[in-house]
Design a protein around this ligand. Structure first.
Ligand code: HEM
Ligand code: HEM
Ligand code: SF4
Ligand code: SF4
Length: 381
């Protein structure tokens, strides 16, 4: 391909350089009805799944149609989104904090027409391009990460696990029949980019084997003290090895202290640990970030390991379905998954979700682990 210059001159890299200009002001992109009624909204209603109306003091109304999106998308698809916005919304649209797409129109008629149009669009393989939903007490989009598409530390894939899960729970995206919203999040390693530590249901990539050590190159590629300091359990110490009569500065890992977090690999390229059979998924549940009734909560590990089963991860999706069904059946209105589990007791949660409880689920990380054990005689048989 022939090189086409943008005008940048590599001989004088600082010449004509523009910097620190920040993002565009959001004001520039507001639809007129939002701009005119900014800060003057009275109330809103969810008319049907995926369709909201906001009413302003002036009497103005804005109808919002929300549709699902794969987050990872081509410019071709974005152009299609723009075409829809040009046709129905005066060229305006927005993306939500869970990577859904919202189109805004000013009459209910237009909203219904647009909803139908969006639900009619399909990819050649048959999947909906813009399924409308994601509002109220249902399952909305899955906040997720890079996986095998782009990161170097994952223990599983993001886009693949998310597609498999959303296919399984699709009906809940287009309905609002759960006790409260269920947020599902996904992270492909325990760096937890995103929201897995604070979601109702979380999919998390984990390793089960300690890092391999490339002694010959380690000192050339890594700042050894950083690798040592990266370890949460003190499993790494500096050491020396002899290979073919040559002495190398390197590290040693005490394997019985290693819990496979992969932090050392993030710091040091000579300590890779991903492994086809060893890697897989842990499921966590019961987190939330809102302050509604109960305070925000971390999610807890309830399934320590599910193998990676690309491309559809059937064991994982079945387990998620089981948890979701037990919650939908057992929880009271407005109860988030964690509120429900806390009310019935975690021993009951494991019973109704038919999940085995194993020693992996008992916290053993430093002093705070103690507070997760039961210091009371109150429990149910
Ligand atoms: C005075 C102004 C507003 C107030 C007091 C307000 C209040 C609320 C409240 C209480 C919720 C529910 C939150 C929850 O269930 O956790 C909500 C949701 C929402 N609002 Fe507003 N809102 C206002 C203006 C707007 C405007 C101008 C828009 C966009 C046109 C908007 C879009 C949304 C959306 C998309 C949701 C999410 C609904 C869902 O998750 O199902 N809001 N708002
Ligand atoms: C090895 C460490 C990490 C690498 C290589 C990495 C890399 C990336 C990359 C390439 C993106 C996509 C940026 C884009 O779309 O232009 C991204 C997005 C993001 N990262 Fe990281 N990241 C790392 C660690 C973290 C951590 C520790 C957190 C949070 C505590 C985090 C939070 C996020 C978030 C929230 C996004 C935006 C996701 C979205 O909405 O699309 N990242 N990261
Ligand atoms: S969660 Fe881990 S593997 Fe996934 S994108 Fe973030 S750092 Fe990479
Ligand atoms: S994987 Fe984690 S626990 Fe194991 S040696 Fe590396 S930093 Fe320590």
């Amino acid at each position: 391909m022939a090189f086409i210059s943008s005008g940048y001159n590599p001989e004088k890299p600082m010449e004509g350089r523009i910097t620190d200009i920040g993002p565009q002001h959001f004001d520039k992109f507001l639809p007129p009805v939002i701009k005119n009624n900014f800060g003057k909204w009275l109330y809103h209603e969810i008319l049907e799944p995926g369709l909201l109306v906001h009413v302003a003091e002036s009497g103005d109304k804005v109808y919002t149609i929300r549709c699902g999106a794969a987050r990872l998308m081509s410019v071709t698809l974005i152009r299609e989104v723009c075409d829809i916005a040009d046709k129905y919304c005066g060229g305006h649209l927005r993306f939500t904090t869970r990577n859904n797409i919202e189109f805004m129109v000013e009459t209910e008629e237009d909203a219904k027409a647009l909803k139908k149009h969006l639900n009619d669009q399909k990819f050649d393989g048959g999947s909906y391009k813009f399924p409308v939903g994601g509002t109220g007490a249902g399952v909305t989009n899955i906040v997720h990460t890079q996986g095998w598409v782009h990161c170097h530390t994952p223990a599983t894939d993001a886009s693949g696990t998310v597609k498999a899960t959303m296919d399984e729970v699709f009906e809940e995206f287009t309905h609002m029949r759960l006790p409260a919203p269920v947020r599902i999040s996904m992270a492909c390693c325990l760096n937890m980019c995103g929201a897995v530590h604070c979601s109702d249901i979380s999919i998390l990539g984990i390793h089960r084997k300690p890092p391999m050590i490339d002694h010959e190159y380690l000192d050339n590629l890594c700042e050894i003290p950083l690798a040592v300091a990266a370890c949460p359990t003190g499993a790494i110490r500096p050491s020396k090895v002899e290979i073919d009569g040559k002495s190398f500065k390197t590290v040693a890992v005490k394997e019985e202290r290693c819990m496979f977090c992969g932090n050392c690999y993030t710091m040091c390229p000579s300590m890779p640990l991903s492994d086809k059979e060893g890697d897989g998924i842990a499921l966590m549940v019961g987190g939330k970030i809102s302050n509604r009734i109960s305070k925000p909560a971390f999610s807890k590990v309830v399934v320590p390991f599910i193998p990676n089963e690309p491309p559809r991860w059937p064991t994982m999706t079945k387990t998620i379905r089981k948890i979701l069904d037990a919650y939908a059946k057992g929880a009271n209105k407005y109860e988030r998954l964690g509120d429900w589990a806390t009310r019935i007791g975690w021993e009951r949660f494991f019973e109704v979700c038919e999940l085995p409880f194993t020693e992996h689920l008992i916290d053993d990380f430093r002093d705070p682990a103690y507070y997760t054990w039961r210091q009371t005689s109150q429990f149910k048989w």
